[in-house]
Design a protein around this ligand. Structure first.
Ligand code: ADP
Length: 395
């Protein structure tokens, strides 16, 4: 059988990320981003075999942008496109795994909009457009939340009145499931362990950040909750705060719920603490030049990350390793090193030269000898989505 090609699509409210993945090739031949959709500046940027291309598509919406993208994909795949995998943010309790898309499952995704008002409607728009443009191609939805549907009730329930869960679906869901699943499988592979008989702590550290406890290939706890705001300090998100902060700000500053929402999601985290940037590279540079806010932001980020990893260890029967992934996890030796200095009670210790070398997509083991395994593993959510799509095509 010739090797198959899957187009992976990730639709945001005004953007579409896309990548063409071949089941047997690790490199991505076509990768691109359509952005500022619905505005006069709408544009599509893509790389085909490493060569950069650009197309202005003024006022294009999702459907118009996809109509431009799909011929590029056809071309790059030599006319052999076998399916489309869509990243969908929220699957609620209904979607416990990836699923084939049809009008019924699409309605299910739309119905979850109250849980992900910014994301699910955008995901549904992309699905609808590609289903219209390519009715003959099988399409699959892969959910960020699905991997965490194995959390036990004591991990997913909030200590809130029962009816908020049973009548209003208020519980912890968790996100980044595709990444946590991909890197934990890679961790077992790299370590010569069976995934079905191994236990991992994973820190996915990108602009959004989360930790996850994975036992025998299943998520048992994770730091994000009802929404991606819970848990770690992130690029612009606060992570955990006292829930009474909301009423405090209403009472003392007269803020609206929208102002509080914006502050917690867009003005907080590394950006809020440093007053400088949400970007870890910028902060590391500024901190090395003596910027106190940048130094504090990095320290808070690492201390909270260490606390979260320690908390996640409650879900493990044993520790086979800690995995760092995402742009920060894969590249920042400083963050990995500072974080592990807070985890001496878990006996974690780095081999510093190995830690310094693990950057720019290099996977590797970085713990000191005689200490629990610590791995740096580049995530590849697009590849995992393509693999899930292929698995459903074969089912
Ligand atoms: P997203 O969640 O948007 O996919 P990424 O996984 O690309 O984000 O992570 C972005 C973060 O990774 C940024 O904070 C960026 O500064 C950080 N990062 C990327 N390269 C480095 C590096 N060499 N050193 C430190 N941080 C890095």
């Amino acid at each position: 059988m010739p090797s198959r090609n899957i187009l992976v699509i990730n639709c945001g409210s005004s953007s579409i990320k896309f990548a063409l993945i071949n089941e047997h090739h690790t490199h991505t031949t076509l990768i691109g981003l359509a952005e500022r959709l619905g505005t006069a500046d709408a544009q599509i940027n893509w790389q085909l075999d490493g060569e950069k291309n650009h197309l202005s598509v003024p006022n294009a919406d999702h459907r118009a942008a996809l109509a431009e993208i799909l011929p590029l994909v056809e071309n790059a795949s030599g006319g052999h496109l076998d399916g489309i995998g869509h990243r969908v943010v929220h699957g609620g309790e209904h979607f416990t795994a990836a699923c084939r898309l049809d009008p019924v499952s699409l309605d299910g995704i739309r119905a979850l909009a109250p849980l992900a008002p910014l994301h699910n409607p955008a995901n549904a728009l992309g699905i609808e457009a590609t289903m219209r443009l390519y009715p003959q191609l099988p399409q699959v939805a892969v959910f960020d939340t699905a991997f965490h549907q194995t959390l036990p009730p004591h991990a997913y329930r909030y200590a809130l009145p029962e009816y908020l869960y049973s009548e209003h679906a208020v519980r912890r869901y968790g996100f980044h499931g595709t990444s946590h699943r991909y890197v934990s499988a890679r961790a077992a592979e790299m370590s010569g362990l069976e995934l079905e008989n191994s236990s991992w702590l994973v820190a996915h550290l990108g602009n959004g950040c989360s930790t996850c406890a994975i036992v025998n290939g299943q998520s048992r706890d994770t730091s994000m909750g009802l929404t991606p705001l819970e848990g770690l300090a992130m690029g612009t998100r606060s992570g955990d705060v006292d829930a009474n902060l909301h009423s405090h700000l209403v009472r003392t500053l007269g803020w609206s719920i929208e102002q509080i929402d914006r502050m917690l999601n867009h003005d907080s985290g590394l950006l809020g603490l440093s007053g400088l940037s949400n970007d870890m590279r910028t902060l590391q540079q500024a901190s090395s030049e003596g910027h106190a806010g940048a130094t504090l932001a990095i320290e808070v980020f690492c201390y909270r990350l260490a606390k979260s990893l320690a908390a996640m260890s409650c879900a493990l029967p044993q520790l086979d390793g800690v995995v760092f992934t995402g742009g920060i996890g894969e590249n920042s030796a400083l963050v990995r090193s500072l974080t592990l200095t807070h985890l001496k009670l878990l006996n974690l210790k780095l081999d510093e030269p190995a830690n310094q070398l693990a950057t720019r997509g290099a996977a590797g083991q970085i713990n000191a000898e005689g200490h629990p395994r610590v791995l740096v593993i580049p995530t590849n959510e697009e590849r995992q989505i393509a693999l899930d799509t292929l698995a459903l095509l074969d089912a």
